[in-house]
Design a protein around this ligand. Structure first.
Ligand SMILES: O=C(O)CCC(=O)C(=O)O
Ligand SMILES: [Fe+2]
Length: 355
């Protein structure tokens, strides 16, 4: 059980080796550098052309930005913070009643791995559309599908309705962003709408307990999201960092009350034929304070083949990726969440067409 383990590590001054990042991935906590901040974009501005151009610039330069005046009611976000905290405060026995496993990837989990290193966190995942079809296995020739279902805990009492309301609100916001990002690429706003029938979108509630070894472990190791885009609410503690494309340094994403952090995922990187990049990011842990974040991952349906948009491909700029199937990508990723694999887990660069 995770909680008691964490406490005893503290006493022993020892850490479970599965959490330890390789030297190159350990955060440098001793230097503080004043760095640029990722762009903050006001979604309520009336000048649509300006809005699209701000979004395009942020996507090109960072693949990350924050949005304010986004239309999600603040009481919805507040309720999520409260209910999520109440859930993670439950006893381990209670939380494990809705435990995820290798078959059902929805529910509670305390041993998620990123790139084969264990993350210092507990999570609760749920589908935006309950009962969603996914491939039965990662095997390319296995065409069988199965249905994923949500698992809801009995407590806290208002957990389910709160999380369902959050998902509906963030779904609306992510469709708005999907449209704006498409327009910023010179594509029709509704270019990708049909890809989201039977969407595989999920919400993840992240809880990062205080960690006595913030120099060795990470809340989430460096990774790129495999979504089309991600909309994330974070509390005031801070810890999220994005790797800047041009300089390769880690830039903190400053917590702004009521703002959402937006980042592009692998799917948009491929759709845009590398015009936009899916930025690598990670979350540090804090030795004194717990931290919460609540990302919404906008995913196409399992049947969708992702490939560069035909409008962005021509003789001078040929397709940089082979088409890949969303469901199979998801099934592969899911395998690596449950422990170390002997091989590198699936990454978008595996579909890159080499020059
Ligand atoms: O907690 C955070 O700020 C980042 C979480 C994240 O990157 C993820 O869950 O994919
Ligand atoms: Fe992420």
């Amino acid at each position: 059980m995770r909680k008691p383990e964490t406490k005893s590590f503290k006493k022993m001054g020892d850490i479970d080796p599965s959490y330890i990042q390789s030297t190159e991935h350990r955060p440098n906590l001793s230097t503080f550098v004043q760095v640029d901040e990722i762009p903050i974009i006001d979604l309520s501005q009336s000048n649509q052309l300006n809005l699209i151009s701000e979004i395009g610039k942020a996507c090109e330069e960072w693949g990350f930005f924050q949005v304010i005046n986004h239309g999600v009611p603040s009481d919805v976000s507040k309720k999520v913070e409260i209910e999520s905290k109440k859930f993670f405060e439950l006893s381990m026995e209670e939380k494990k009643k809705v435990k995820r496993d290798a078959v059902n990837a929805m529910g509670y989990h305390d041993a998620e791995h990123t790139k084969n290193i264990r993350d210092w966190k507990e999570v609760f995942d749920y589908l935006v559309e309950d009962a969603t079809l996914v491939p039965s296995s990662h095997e390319p020739n296995d065409l069988e599908l199965r249905t994923l279902y949500n698992q809801w805990p009995l407590y806290p009492t208002h957990f389910r309705e709160t999380m369902e309301e959050y998902a509906r609100e963030l779904e609306k916001l992510s469709y708005k962003l999907l449209e704006l990002v498409s327009l910023s690429l010179g594509l029709p706003g509704d270019k990708f709408h049909d890809c989201f029938k039977n969407q595989l979108s999920t919400v993840k509630l992240n809880y990062y307990p205080p960690c006595p070894f913030p120099n060795l472990a990470l809340g989430v190791g460096p990774h790129k999201d495999s979504s089309a885009l991600t909309v994330l609410a974070q509390d005031e503690i801070g810890g999220l960092q994005v790797k800047r494309k041009s300089l390769g340094d880690w830039v903190p994403v400053k917590p702004i009350p009521t703002a959402f952090v937006i980042n592009l995922g692998d799917v948009f990187q491929v759709w845009s034929n590398d015009k936009y990049d899916c930025a690598e990011h990670r979350a540090l842990v804090n030795s004194e304070k717990e931290r919460f974040s609540h990302p919404f991952f906008l995913f196409p349906g399992h049947h969708v083949m992702v490939e560069p948009a035909e409008e962005l491909v021509n003789d001078q700029d040929p397709a940089k990726y082979k088409a890949y199937n969303v469901g199979k990508f998801y099934a592969n990723r899911n395998r690596s969440d449950f422990g170390k694999l002997e091989v590198e887990n699936i990454q978008i660069h595996h579909f890159k067409i080499l020059d």
